[in-house]
Design a protein around this ligand. Structure first.
Ligand SMILES: [Zn+2]
Ligand SMILES: [Zn+2]
Length: 636
């Protein structure tokens, strides 16, 4: 029996890129080069402080009630309640403290959580030219092939010398699903496609290699294809000449098999640059997270190599967010090699709380595994199931090998799982394998998750409730891609997308995630998208463009999904997600209360984050940033 691992995801989980680059990126020489000359970091001490005034919502047990004051000391919350009682507690315990008075509407909440992101892969690719569709947390209005061409042309002009010296143009996050599509009533709709002809029209003289947003396809121009072919003995054996290779791929390089020769052909200097830039990029990522109120991130696709790089970074830099992770497991052999699960009782940097399986692809990449064909070209496309077995590429029940894999991880080794499933059939298979491994006697405390869980029916929700399997939704699917799903990719089926309200009504505890860098970091924005469900790419009045209005949730429910319940899903509820006594003093101060806005669309995501604190240490202050900017202006 052979388990086949084809296209994976619209997230960096189990991504072929890293496998290809392992040797070049993660060798000890590179690591010592990155860390040479920088000092080990000693973490700053947490403040002893009483905070009062404004609106303080500690979210204890997920409750929205406010308190008058909160006391913090040695990085933890030591008291919450009336100002009098917190003051008395601090005094009677001999704690010397300062008082911080919030202004009227300022709102203190537990630090916000990103329960499914990809940290190191994003850092490694950050140096590539950004050809993505996001400007901050909103969609670019002009995202189309012409815009992309303009970006490339401008970039080449600015870095002429680099390209004269032989560098390739490397671009990332190309997302055809967010470009204008063509609707063909009665026939299949069409998304934009890129190939070597369209890329040659963008740039013909310099090798141009663009990575799709899904990270599972690369597009190459003819110049790049020539270099790839001439540097690969395997390709030369496989294809009689260059023209045959070009005709076969058309510049669309799919998956590890297609992408590996391309990655290997990139000038070594540029690969080394990726590794050398990674620390600076990690700093940028954590600073951006802090600026959006995030104090805790859960990496949904960790490998030992990615973790080595992250661990090295954390030795030398202030730890501005807490990090947990799910370890990627791709094969039965990986599962057999796992240690037995030990529940995490105390936070430590980059703790492992789950094992991650990636069962299908991406819906906007047309590779999520479906029971019915996609509504856009190519015809009869049901997507890809990654654990399909030889002879049965389109299984209708979970293949035996998949069941065995889940059984090993979940039953024999005892690990909580996170199964990536986007298409409705992949979601059904995830439910089925959970049902056959964790029933009877469903262990609802285990928090076996389904990630994205994008297309989900009422019957499936009921089954998930019975099994105690919570969903984590990539809510940007509704806000950013909703329009493309509704008009081009799924049509009616898009109504089953991210049914947050139905899941909550059934008694499931949901979380919202960005899958960064699939969508931007930003729990406030994710809250907003779950509250409004406005399809942001649709033309016209946002009020007329709500995807399944019945699935909108309340601001309270949305806040719980990015704090208290997200912490629970990440096995972090003993120390994060609420400001209970004994929990970490990880919190955020916003300019307004997100629970009492008159208007939510394009407002909630823009509430200014004034301060972000982790372990009683201010890791971000809005004012400091402004002051620095002013200083710079004075000295300039
Ligand atoms: Zn995923
Ligand atoms: Zn992911």
């Amino acid at each position: 029996m052979e388990t086949q691992h084809v296209a994976c995801t619209h997230c960096a989980c189990h991504n072929p890129m890293w496998k290809i680059l392992e040797e070049d990126l993660f060798n000890p020489g590179i690591l010592s080069k990155i860390t040479s000359g920088i000092e080990r970091m000693t973490e700053p001490q947490g403040a002893s402080m009483l905070i009062c005034g404004g609106i303080i919502r500690p979210l204890i047990d997920g409750d929205m009630a406010t308190v008058e004051a909160i006391g913090i000391h040695k990085g933890k919350v030591v008291a919450t309640g009336s100002k009098e009682s917190v003051t008395a507690f601090m005094n009677s315990n001999g704690i010397q403290f300062t008082v911080k008075q919030l202004e009227d509407k300022q709102t203190l909440l537990p630090g916000l959580i990103e329960p499914h992101v990809h940290i190191v892969p994003t850092a490694l690719l950050k140096g590539w030219l950004d050809l993505g569709r996001f400007d901050g947390q909103v969609l670019r209005p002009d995202y189309n092939p012409q815009w992309l061409k303009g970006q490339v042309t401008r970039h080449v002009k600015e870095h002429k010398l680099k390209y004269d010296l032989g560098s390739w143009i490397l671009g990332r996050e190309v997302d055809p699903a967010l470009m204008p599509f063509q609707v063909n009533p009665g026939g299949l709709n069409e998304l934009v496609t890129f190939d070597c002809t369209t890329l040659d029209a963008i740039e013909a003289g310099i090798p141009l290699l663009l990575l799709s947003a899904s990270m599972h396809t690369m597009y190459a121009n003819t110049k790049a294809l020539e270099k790839i072919y001439s540097s690969s003995k395997e390709l030369q054996q496989q294809y009689a000449n260059f023209d045959a290779y070009k005709a076969a791929t058309n510049g669309q390089l799919q998956e590890e098999e297609g992408m590996a020769p391309a990655m290997k052909a990139i000038p070594k200097l540029q690969i080394v640059e990726m590794a050398l830039g990674s620390f600076e990029h990690l700093t940028q990522i954590f600073e951006e997270a802090n600026s959006r109120g995030v104090t805790f991130m859960y990496d949904a696709g960790m490998t030992s190599q990615l973790k080595t790089l992250l661990d090295a970074y954390l030795l030398f830099h202030q730890k501005k967010v807490r990090i947990g992770a799910a370890q990627i497991c791709a094969t039965q052999q990986d599962a057999d090699n796992l240690p037995a699960y030990q529940p995490v009782t105390e936070y430590q940097d980059v703790y492992y709380g789950n094992i991650k399986l990636v069962s299908d692809g991406s819906n906007q990449g047309l590779t999520g595994y479906q029971s019915e064909a996609y509504c856009c070209a190519p015809a009869d496309n049901f997507g890809l199931f990654n654990f399909a077995e030889a002879g049965d590429p389109h299984p209708t029940t979970p293949p035996p090998g998949y069941n065995a894999l889940v059984n090993t991880i979940s039953v024999q080794k005892g690990w909580p799982l996170m199964i990536h499933a986007n298409g409705d059939l992949a979601v059904q298979f995830a439910i089925d394998v959970y049902a056959s491994t964790i029933m009877p006697g469903a262990d609802t405390t285990k928090r076996n998750r389904i990630e994205h869980c994008s297309i989900l029916s009422a019957a499936q929700i009921a089954e998930m409730k019975r099994l105690g399997v919570p969903p984590s939704f990539l809510i940007g699917h509704v806000g950013y891609w909703g329009y493309a799903f509704k008009e081009a990719i799924f049509e009616e089926k898009s109504e089953l997308l991210d049914p947050c309200k139905s899941a909550l009504d059934a008694g499931l505890r949901i979380s919202l995630h960005s899958d960064y860098q699939v969508s931007p970091l930003g729990p406030l924005r994710m809250m907003e998208q779950s509250i409004t469900r406005v399809m942001e790419a649709a033309p016209g009045n946002p009020n007329d463009n709500v995807l399944t209005p019945a699935e909108r949730i309340t601001p309270e429910q949305a806040l719980r999904a990015v704090t208290h319940d997200a912490a629970w899903q990440c096995h972090a509820d003993e120390w994060a997600g609420s400001l209970k006594t004994g929990h970490f003093a990880d919190f955020v101060i916003l300019e307004h209360d997100p629970l009492s806005l008159n208007e939510y669309y394009m407002v909630l995501r823009n509430i200014p984050v004034l301060e972000t604190w982790k372990g009683g240490v201010a890791v971000y202050t809005h004012h400091a940033i402004t002051a620095n900017a002013e200083n710079k202006m004075v000295t300039a």
